[in-house]
Design a protein around this ligand. Structure first.
Ligand code: SF4
Length: 288
């Protein structure tokens, strides 16, 4: 099967018409707040986590991952930019996201360099990571450099606040361990925290969720993490491998949770189900 013909399950519900690439796709992104050029380094769904809300359809956990064909990545990225220009549209970012954990790729650092090179300062390069690999030098160093050079951002997942809640994503690793890893990274490199909140049958109440997430953010701040902002979202896509007992929060509930997290003293942007003028993403800059 050719690269372009492989399953590409995790690229969102708002894909724009675009020749399907092996690694690159174009999407109208709530998180980014506009047209985003996505990079999917894990088109087969390789991910160390097993989130109960995951919208990537997998029958079982995928852990094998191939090296990225860097020349192909460059060609696809360049073509995506050209096509948007032709259509009179403008990308707000290049975003490593897709169907799994992008930093798992053995040549992630080289792929990141390709993206920075093609972006050429026109848009920021964002890396969405679960945070699982932040202690790996081959991941940590290029991410540090991305931010230090002022050409991109690192967005790290924080969906739980205690052992019971992190078990929904990461059964084998603890909340304290995740927070410690995030804090170690973010003491020197400013980050965006990305939180996906969802409703669960017999799960915590909205108040418990809001309180718990605020507490986790506060602990990270007290531990020296530089948190530039928090983005809060919920499930916006049809279920993939998500647990049937997990469902999206409505916009009012998201706002309630956002208000609680703001009490920690951080900016919180909400990716509502329908765009609201006040939460459109900021204009892209080279120092996001
Ligand atoms: S939602 Fe969780 S399991 Fe699914 S791709 Fe993202 S980090 Fe992996």
């Amino acid at each position: 099967m050719s690269l372009a013909d492989r399953p590409q399950p995790g690229r969102g519900a708002n894909l724009l018409e675009h020749p399907r690439g092996a690694y690159v796709y174009v999407v109208r992104s709530r998180r980014s707040g506009g047209v985003s050029i996505g990079i999917d380094l894990t088109p087969a769904g390789a991910c160390p986590l097993a989130c109960d809300y995951c919208q990537v359809p997998r029958k079982e956990r995928v852990t094998s991952i191939d090296r990225v064909e860097l020349a192909r990545l460059r060609i696809e990225l360049t073509a995506a930019f050209a096509e948007l220009v032709e259509r009179g549209e403008r990308a707000v970012d290049i975003c490593f996201a897709g169907s799994g954990e992008p930093t798992w790729s053995p040549n992630f650092a080289a792929a990141l360099e390709v993206a920075i090179d093609v972006a050429a300062g026109r848009v920021p390069v964002r890396v969405m990571t679960s945070g699982a690999t932040l202690d790996w030098q081959r991941v940590r160093d290029p991410l540090n450099t991305l931010v230090e050079r002022g050409v991109g951002e690192v967005w790290i997942k924080l969906d739980g606040w205690d052992e019971a809640t992190i078990a929904r994503f990461w059964a084998s690793r603890g909340q304290a361990r995740h927070e410690a890893r995030v804090a170690r990274f973010a003491r020197t490199t400013p980050i965006t925290l990305q939180i996906l909140a969802a409703q669960r049958v017999h799960g915590p109440t909205v108040e418990e969720t809001a309180h718990g997430l605020c507490g986790a953010v506060q602990r990270l701040l007290q531990d020296g993490a530089k948190i530039e902002r928090v983005t809060l979202t919920t499930m916006h896509r049809p279920p993939g491998s998500a647990d049937e007992h997990v469902s999206a929060y409505d916009d009012d509930t998201l706002e309630t949770i956002a208000t609680a997290i703001r009490a920690a003293g951080v900016e919180v942007k909400v990716a509502f189900s329908a765009p609201r003028p006040c939460v459109e993403a900021s204009a892209p800059t080279a120092t996001v």
